[in-house]
Design a protein around this ligand. Structure first.
Ligand code: SAH
Length: 342
């Protein structure tokens, strides 16, 4: 397959057009068609000479996703299953909040992390997504719905920090004011805790929000839920988080999925407070979504509220995440399309 033109940033496009014997400014024209106009073919780039468009077509492809399935939830959340053109399929979710529209994108086809409570664990890892495939998730939905999406979260299938280079490149292309112009502040990266790449991310000094999927405050409990904890334990993870805060001055968001009789009692809250005390952070409590064959079930509402109040009373800012799209299997950790799962 020819390379997807959306895998290149503006600097690279400038080199490419010059190699093809064209002036540098042609790259900005292409970039504008791709990301401001969201065109679906080279032929729509009408200010490029015909002969140049033909040359582009010979060397590159403009990958446009096909929608295989689109489901709409009672609460307005929309889940898309896209054909990524090599026989694989990925999911993205569009959510509506008061402050705008947020897309939850996938970063990989399948996931290697093996978290015990997550539906992605059942999917065979195939490959990481390319830069252009990350961006096209947003653009395909913007075209389909005729909307502008304001926020993007890497909370779909896959571990974004296990696809570091492509995720970084996609973020920088999304940021570019000559194109989509989505500020880094509107982008969140969620990680299960790949410590070395949290350091790398900190050194990039982007203004993205970092979410850490913590889910337990002791190594014993965390390892039972997340195998990654055996590679990088909580102490190492916290050290990396402190480094991230120091470098970026950004508040970290800790995700904590409450599972009944597992990590949801006041003793767990006490340990969490001990761990996070004094840190520039926020805790996002997620009522865990039960997955098929999963042993973790949702805490009671009463427990979730108690847990939140206890954290808040002890100086840790905690909120309960609103559940969106659970009726269409689009809520956290549920993304997994059974029909196409090979
Ligand atoms: N791999 C990344 C991003 C994908 S998961 C990560 O681990 O952060 C996005 C979020 O959904 C993570 O916080 C993850 O822990 C959470 N999650 C996964 N399965 C879930 C489930 N069944 N219920 C609630 N949250 C879940």
């Amino acid at each position: 397959m020819k390379t997807n033109i959306k895998n290149y940033n503006l600097d690279e496009l400038q080199e490419i057009v010059q190699e093809l014997g064209e002036k540098k400014y042609r790259a900005e024209q292409i970039f504008n068609w791709l990301y401001k106009e969201n065109v679906q073919s080279f032929d729509e780039m009408t200010n490029l000479p015909n002969s140049f468009r033909e040359k582009l077509k010979e060397k590159f492809e403009l990958h446009i996703f096909k929608i295989i399935v689109k489901q709409t939830s009672k609460d307005g959340t929309k889940k898309y299953l896209f054909d990524v053109l090599d026989g694989n399929a990925i999911e993205s979710v569009l959510m509506e909040y008061k402050y705008g529209k947020t897309i939850c994108v996938s970063s990989q086809i399948g996931c290697k992390m093996g978290c015990k409570f997550c539906a992605s664990t059942g999917i065979k890892f195939v490959r990481s997504l390319e830069t252009g495939e990350i961006i096209e998730q947003l653009q395909a939905i913007e075209r389909d719905e005729n909307i502008k999406i304001s926020n993007l979260v890497f909370m779909g299938i896959g571990e974004p920090l296990d696809n570091f280079d492509n995720v970084m490149k996609a973020i920088k292309i999304l940021n570019n004011p000559k194109g989509i112009n989505m500020g880094a502040r509107h982008i969140s990266i969620s990680t299960s805790g790949l410590v070395p790449n949290i350091y790398r991310l900190a050194d990039e000094k982007l203004q993205c929000t970092l979410s850490i999927s913590l889910h337990a405050a002791t190594d014993e409990k965390r390892s039972q839920m997340m195998p990654v904890n055996d590679a990088y334990n909580i102490e190492e993870l916290m050290k990396a988080c402190r480094y991230y805060i120091e470098k970026t001055n950004k508040r970290i968001s800790f995700e904590y999925a409450l599972a009944k009789d597992n990590n949801d009692n006041l003793e767990d809250a006490k340990q969490l407070i001990k761990l996070l005390k004094g840190m520039l952070c926020h805790v996002n409590l997620i009522p865990i979504n039960k997955i098929d064959n999963g042993k973790f079930t949702k805490s009671t509402n009463e427990n979730i509220i108690k847990f939140r109040d206890y954290l808040n009373e002890h100086g840790i800012v905690a909120t309960i995440r609103r559940e969106l799209g659970s009726d269409i299997d689009a809520a956290c950790g549920q993304l997994r399309k059974k029909e196409v799962n090979k």
